[in-house]
Write a protein that binds this ligand. Structure first.
Ligand SMILES: [Zn+2]
Length: 102
């Protein structure tokens, strides 16, 4: 990977972090009115991720409806201990995200 590409990817990663941080702040302040704005922030974070081909998982977000996932408020968590993974189920669109743990 060239030096330029590294810098571009680092800046894109920073921007994703800033967008997600702001979306979470908005979401925690007011669950109703800022919901759409928070979702737009998350959506643009996903657009940046796709445009710069960044291989990472954007934490605590739904990759279908771009909702912020807060356990008990916007998502349900199922722990499948026999298969060693946690399932985050979005309450808005019903999509499931699996995470492995040891
Ligand atoms: Zn969703």
């Amino acid at each position: 990977m060239s030096n330029d590409k590294k810098i571009i990817q680092r800046i894109a990663n920073e921007r994703i972090d800033i967008l997600i941080g702001n979306a979470k702040k908005l979401f925690e302040e007011d669950l109703q009115t800022s919901n759409e704005i928070a979702r737009k922030y998350v959506h643009s974070a996903y657009l940046i991720k796709r445009h710069y081909r960044i291989r990472r998982h954007i934490k605590d977000t739904c990759n279908k409806c771009f909702n912020i996932l807060i356990p008990g408020k916007t998502c349900n968590i199922v722990v499948a201990s026999s298969k060693h993974f946690i399932i985050y189920k979005c309450m808005n669109c019903g999509s499931e995200t699996k995470f492995h743990y040891r």
